[in-house]
Design a protein around this ligand. Structure first.
Ligand SMILES: Cc1cc2nc3c(=O)[nH]c(=O)nc-3n(C[C@H](O)[C@H](O)[C@H](O)COP(=O)(O)OP(=O)(O)OC[C@H]3O[C@@H](n4cnc5c(N)ncnc54)[C@H](O)[C@@H]3O)c2cc1C
Length: 400
């Protein structure tokens, strides 16, 4: 494959740069790196609407569903640039744009595609989804999920609890994994996926503040929630297969975003090192600091290549198996390494809030430092991703 960008992709980069310059207020806080959510939700929606109007939000989707039929490679470039410029509105609806939509194209009914895909592509509030997988006793051991759906005439009745549900307080829809058959030989059997309207009677969303006090995720309770049979995705009890595909889509989407966002942070760190003196000489003259920054630049290049390589494999009609997990681990590592090196360079300044007059680099190092442990857990912990690589790339026996 050719890693160089073509004319179309270079033009897209330029278009996004101009969009960022025209649309972003100069004093906009850069806090996507902290919790994936800006403080001004209405502003974020107004931006996602603008991204949608340009056909960028779901650019690789077919035109009939609100995309512009772009290649996944172009979409990867878009994701990198949007993250580089830290444009609000691109990530609020990621459940919908990155995995629900693509899964509905693969496994949904025509009716589901016609109803939900244009909503997601619109960038409006009614197109926001959350993802209901984890439960108090089902995280890494996801197949242990206990939330139950029982058929009752033309409906299913859902009871149970989900936890750590990102953006459930914003979402109109939930991509929900439930147990439809408890009497199965292996626990990954008997699982189904439902589309649940978060406004349904019996759905309760309670906020959970993360360890630095921000509201990013929630616990969600389902108390006799009626969901029409038409909201079942694919076949009953075949959900595990769809979920693995959905998780692969989710893990793929991380590398371009982390690459774009942290490429900019690295550029800012390099500038900071050139402008900041320690013991009479710029930090950039210090060989240890130079080596650390160079290591980060190499890590970022590797991540970029991983991001393009997976897009290329998919465009060749191949199904990546271990690559999504590889990219997820590398994304987590890049975020962690930039955060740690950034904190070493900034010293005490890395600990102040982005709003503080003492904040350096718009508080992005503090954000990365606070955010990287959660990043390494969301969408599958490093241990689980490594197990997938061990099994599907190295051919080692299944460990769990
Ligand atoms: C920022 C963030 C956002 C999230 N958003 C969502 C969301 O929107 N929707 C949703 O459903 N969930 C979400 N989650 C939950 C996330 O998917 C789970 O936290 C994750 O799968 C781990 O599950 P757990 O927390 O139960 O930890 P556990 O599974 O209990 O793991 C605890 C530790 O044990 C290790 N471990 C467990 N099993 C094994 C094994 N077999 N081999 C080796 N080590 C093992 C793990 O790696 C981990 O270090 C989010 C989490 C975070 C941090």
């Amino acid at each position: 494959m050719d890693f160089r960008l073509g004319e179309k992709e270079l033009a897209l980069k330029e278009e996004i740069r101009k969009f960022a310059e025209a649309e972003l207020p100069p004093d906009l806080a850069r806090n996507t790196l902290i919790d994936g959510e800006y403080r001004d939700f209405e502003f974020e929606i107004s931006m996602s609407r603008k991204l949608a109007q340009r056909g960028w939000l779901v650019m690789s989707w077919p035109e009939e569903y609100g995309g512009r039929g772009a290649s996944l490679r172009e979409q990867t470039v878009y994701e990198m640039e949007i993250a580089y410029w830290d444009i609000p509105g691109a990530w609020m609806g990621i459940s919908g744009t990155q995995w629900v939509g693509p899964c509905l194209m693969m496994f949904g009914t025509e009716e589901q595609r016609e109803k939900y895909l244009p909503l997601i592509a619109s960038g409006e509030k009614d197109g926001i989804w959350c993802t209901g997988y984890s439960e108090p006793n089902a995280g890494s051991d996801f197949a242990n999920l206990q939330t139950r759906a029982v058929r009752d005439g033309d409906d299913y009745i859902i009871n149970g609890q989900k936890v750590w549900t990102s953006a459930a307080h914003r979402a109109r829809w939930c991509w929900l994994a439930v147990r439809t058959d408890p009497n199965v030989a292996k626990k990954h059997q008997g699982i189904s996926i439902f589309i649940v309207d978060m406004k349904s009677p019996g759905v309760t969303v309670n906020p959970i503040l993360n360890y630095y006090g921000r509201h990013h995720f929630n616990e969600v309770f389902f108390d006799n929630v009626r969901v029409p049979v038409s909201n079942l995705v694919g076949e009953e009890n075949k959900g595990w297969y769809y979920l693995m595909q959905s998780l692969a889509f989710e893990r793929r989407s991380l590398a371009p975003t982390i690459y774009g966002g942290f490429k900019r942070v690295l550029e800012e760190l390099v500038k900071y090192a050139g402008q900041t003196e320690h013991e009479g000489q710029p930090l950039s003259q210090n060989p240890v600091i130079r080596a650390k920054l160079a290591d980060l630049a190499i890590d970022l290049e590797v991540l970029k290549m991983f991001a393009f390589q997976i897009a290329w494999r998919i465009s060749q009609g191949q199904i990546p198996v271990y690559e999504s997990s590889r990219n997820k681990i590398m994304s987590d590592e890049v975020m962690k390494r930039v955060a740690i090196t950034g904190a070493e360079l900034l010293g005490i300044y890395s600990q102040v809030d982005p709003d503080s007059e003492w904040a350096k680099l718009n508080g992005t190092i503090q954000g990365a430092y606070l955010g990287f442990p959660g990043q390494a857990i969301a969408a599958g912990t490093a241990e689980i991703e490594k197990s997938i690589i061990a099994q599907f790339r190295l051919g080692l026996p299944k460990s769990y």
